[in-house]
Write a protein that binds this ligand. Structure first.
Ligand SMILES: [Zn+2]
Ligand SMILES: [Zn+2]
Length: 311
């Protein structure tokens, strides 16, 4: 008998043809979780929310057995900016991201905390928290869509590359229940958390628990790292083909404390999604208890043949 809950495994999926199309793509690779952009992530503004697509999302999610969805905010947003015009623009864009996700009843919006671009960590942290407080005050009806501050690799003046720094943001947020943490394995490794070893993993969790509490972690991004430990390089690669390696991912997958917490790939891929299939199979092969593998991953995406890795 399986004691731990089934895994929630998936990948970031394209929204070409409509946001809800990502659910079909997620199901086509056998996954039961997904991450999306709710609009073009390289533009400040998107079109109005497509209510017909929201309706399609609501019916498609159970039909395709997708149990979890997160959205990822635009990469343009910088809530830590010392420049007032950029900060206001970022604030408006992040509020729009939250409202879009809220319209789709998406649980979590993953956000890069921001970069202080020379003003210093303390000033940047204060700016981020002030922006989140204003966004929360303006969106009282979106309390069920949490903003997840993503742990960053620490390139340049990027903030949030340690749990301590994320805690300094979170503790200034007035509505604490509306924020959580997203842990990207590539970023963590590049930031200096050694996920290769048991000792490194446990030390990371001890620090997370001390600074924020383990329950603050609401979502994993599963990416292997091209950059070395502490390199501060944000370069994602396929599971098992980077510096973290398979053992590091096996440790997280089989840790029952993450039952129900989604693990989402952001690894390189083509339109055919075969790289996702390969990475998902690779992860399945690392799971000790087969009963925890999502049902869709017992079969290949293309032909419904028993999955050679998972069966
Ligand atoms: Zn991210
Ligand atoms: Zn990254």
């Amino acid at each position: 008998m399986s004691l731990a809950a089934p895994l929630r495994l998936g990948a970031h999926m394209s929204i070409a043809g409509g946001v809800s199309q990502a659910l079909d793509r997620a199901a086509s690779v056998g996954s039961n979780a997904v991450q999306v952009f709710t609009k073009n992530n390289r533009q400040w503004q998107g079109p109005p929310v497509d209510l017909a697509d929201v309706e399609r999302w609501r019916t498609t999610m159970p039909e395709q057995r997708i149990e979890y969805a997160a959205s990822h905010a635009s990469y343009l947003i910088n809530l830590a900016s010392p420049r007032d015009d950029l900060w206001e623009k970022s604030l408006a864009a992040q509020q729009d991201e939250l409202q879009r996700a809220c319209a789709y009843q998406i649980e979590h919006v993953v956000l890069h905390p921001g970069a202080h671009t020379g003003s210093g960590a303390e000033a940047g942290i204060a700016r981020i928290a002030a922006a989140l407080n204003r966004i929360h005050a303006a969106t009282p009806d979106c309390g069920r869509t949490l903003t997840l501050l993503e742990l960053m690799a620490g390139q340049g003046s990027t903030l949030g590359s340690s749990f301590g720094e994320l805690r300094r943001i979170v503790e200034r947020v007035e509505e604490r229940s509306r924020v959580g943490i997203c842990l990207d394995t590539c970023h963590a490794f590049a930031a200096g958390y050694d996920l290769r070893s048991e000792a490194g993993y446990l030390a990371m969790l001890e620090e997370l628990d001390r600074e924020l509490g383990l329950e603050a972690l609401k979502c994993w991004h599963f990416n292997d790292s091209k950059g070395g430990l502490g390199s501060r390089l944000d370069r994602h690669t396929h599971i098992g083909e980077g510096e973290i390696g398979l053992e590091g991912f096996a440790r997280i997958l089989n840790d029952a404390r993450w039952a129900g917490i989604a693990m989402l790939l952001e690894t390189p891929k083509e339109e055919d999604l075969l790289d996702d299939v390969r990475n998902l199979r690779q992860l399945c092969a690392l799971v000790d208890d087969p009963a925890r593998i999502p049902a869709g991953l017992w079969f290949t995406a293309e032909e419904g043949l028993p999955n050679e890795f998972c069966a």
